[in-house]
Design a binder for this molecule. Structure first.
Ligand SMILES: Nc1ncnc2c1ncn2[C@@H]1O[C@H](COP(=O)(O)OP(=O)(O)OP(=O)(O)O)[C@@H](O)[C@H]1O
Length: 554
């Protein structure tokens, strides 16, 4: 076997680092020339047929694992090499591509010594793994392939989530993928509500390199809040988290897939995509939002805060959970027929900077996706004392400029409310205190919905905030003012599937980017949800904490 032979990828620009001739495992009569370049594994069958028809080029960026092994049979001197790929494939009638599993398995028998064949196979396996890992650039924390020992994962599966198929999906796809990647995972099947929360609150986190949920968004909400309830929350919340879609909404899973740049997919295709991203093991920071309720309770949210139409649909359609994502369509139609108006006061701290003597500069704070987490105070938008902007009326950065907003009374000092676990909130005042002067109060008090989003998707097929990214320190605040017709609302909801609602030029829809918000519903009863879970109804405040958590994503 000549491993020094110079072979290129056909363009001459990508020389092979390893070259060998092996047989196929299924058919020993078929010999293959295999070359490993910096970017690809190229397999060419050595037959008399034209070359292109017999050549397969597999990109190493699609490879999740590679290993060598020998058979127990002492008469077999050969060693074996197997590599696992999940390339994006397009069905010829469809423009949508999704990941499909490809396994390449070779038999190495060129040498007389079984040990020599084994060493050669392991050399190849190591080289494939190393080059696959080069495609993962590492920001902060741990990369699976960086460890000298196998990666250890706690995998929490909610058997009741969605259509109740999470466990079956784990058995069909995920178990195999994790084994191919050489991830040691401990499967924990959650037994009841708050089981996951209690588990992570008590767990010895030094035993785990990541905590992954296979469920809907509700289970991740439990995990995040469990971690932040620990006395060592600062360390605990740096545990890389992962998400595999098994629920009915799967908003974070759909968002991660969206951020990876791939075309939209659903159900099992989304699961394969998220499984692939999990196996590649790239860790990014993720924003969390601190939520304060009127009772003093504090929660952490990674997805959304909702009041009005969307919260009602989410909770009222719970009874149709067994039919999966269709429950939202049914819930939407039911709620549309008896459209409600929700009365309340909404205020927010815009994600803007103020300039000094040059007047008001309504400039967005830079959203650098790769930056390390900024301290909350560095994101504050405070007018300087000599700023001519102070106490003026202005339009904030709305997609709907017809909206009039008014500045609130200035208050001299900004005290904070930092008595609970987790990082302090520096933008929020107690709910019974007046808002600081740099907050904006929305003049309308009649809404159809209010929705704060920090990820792109609200469900697998709802691209609510197309601009959102994992770690930009921005809350996308949407509200729809009362007066919208049912048909206009339905059109907006349909446009949300592809994220086209913002371009629909609807006068009732407002979108603005904020750092913090306060919502005070007037009616005594109602539904407020955080990440799709019902929370205590009443006045509520929220503040974003940029990059507080870590998520294995693309
Ligand atoms: N074994 C179980 N039986 C009943 N409920 C459970 C169990 N395990 C976890 N739960 C609870 O089920 C709730 C809903 O789960 P989850 O959000 O993961 O699924 P879902 O609601 O179907 O999906 P989505 O949030 O995407 O709509 C969670 O709040 C969790 O506490």
């Amino acid at each position: 076997m000549d491993t020094r032979r110079t072979v290129t990828d056909g363009t001459g620009s990508n020389p092979a680092t390893l070259y060998g001739e092996f047989t196929l495992v299924g058919n020993r009569k078929v010999r293959c020339a295999v070359s490993l370049t910096e970017t690809d594994l190229i397999v060419q069958r050595l037959t008399s047929a034209p070359v292109e028809r017999n050549k397969v080029v597999l990109s190493l960026k699609d490879c999740v694992g590679c290993r060598s092994y020998c058979k127990d049979d002492t008469a077999d001197l050969a060693a074996y090499l197997v590599a696992y790929f999940y390339p994006l494939k397009r069905r010829w009638v469809s423009s949508v591509a999704w990941r499909q599993r490809v396994e390449q398995c070779f038999r190495l028998d060129a040498l007389q010594e079984p040990r020599a064949n084994q060493e050669e196979a392991e050399k190849w396996a190591r080289a494939v793994r190393e080059r696959s890992a080069l495609y993962q650039y590492f920001r902060d924390g741990m990369l699976m392939s960086d460890l000298s020992r196998p990666f250890r994962m706690m995998l929490l599966v909610n058997p009741q989530s969605g259509k109740g198929q999470a466990l079956a999906l784990y058995n069909s796809y995920i178990q195999q993928m994790l084994n191919e990647t050489n991830v040691l995972h401990t499967l924990i099947i959650t037994e009841r509500q708050n089981h996951a929360r209690e588990l992570v609150r008590e767990a010895d986190l030094s035993q785990w390199d990541a905590v992954v949920i296979m469920s809907g968004d509700g289970l991740l909400y439990e995990v995040i809040n469990g971690l932040l309830e620990r006395p060592d929350w600062e360390e605990a919340i740096r545990t890389p988290l992962g998400v595999l879609p098994g629920g009915s909404g799967n908003a974070l899973a759909a968002s991660i897939h969206h951020y990876s740049g791939a075309s939209p997919v659903r159900s099992e295709e989304l699961l394969l995509s998220c499984g692939f991203l999990l196996c590649k093991g790239l860790v990014s920071h993720m924003d969390l939002v601190s939520i304060r309720l009127s009772s003093g309770t504090r929660l952490f949210s990674f997805l959304s805060l909702a009041w009005g139409f969307i919260a009602d649909v989410d909770i009222e359609s719970e009874k149709y959970r067994h039919i999966g994502a269709v429950r939202f369509t049914i819930g939407t139609l039911v709620r549309l027929t008896s459209l409600r108006i929700y009365k309340g006061r909404l205020a927010y701290l815009p994600a803007t900077e103020y300039c000094n003597k040059g007047g008001l500069r309504n400039k967005m704070i830079q959203c650098n996706n790769q930056a390390s987490p900024l301290s909350p105070t560095s994101l504050l938008c405070r007018p300087s004392s000599d700023s001519p902007c102070q106490n003026t009326f202005y339009n904030s950065c709305h997609s709907n400029n017809s909206l009039t907003v008014r500045r609130t009374e200035s208050i001299s000092s900004r005290s904070t409310i930092n008595t609970l676990p987790g990082p302090p909130d520096s933008m929020l005042l107690p709910l019974d205190q007046a808002l600081p002067s740099d907050w904006v109060v929305v003049q309308e008090e009649d809404f159809v919905l209010v929705l704060a989003m920090y990820q792109s998707h609200l469900a697998e097929d709802l691209l609510m905030a197309p601009e959102a990214t994992l770690n930009d320190g921005i809350i996308h605040l949407f509200y729809i003012r009362a007066g919208i017709s049912r048909i206009a609302l339905l059109r907006l909801l349909l446009a949300m599937e592809k994220g086209a609602h913002l371009a629909a030029n609807c006068q009732h829809l407002v979108h603005t980017k904020v750092r913090a918000l306060r919502l005070e519903p007037f009616s005594p009863k109602g539904i407020i949800t955080v990440d799709g879970e019902v929370v205590e109804y009443g006045p509520v405040q929220a503040e974003v904490h940029r990059g507080l958590a870590k998520l294995i994503s693309g």
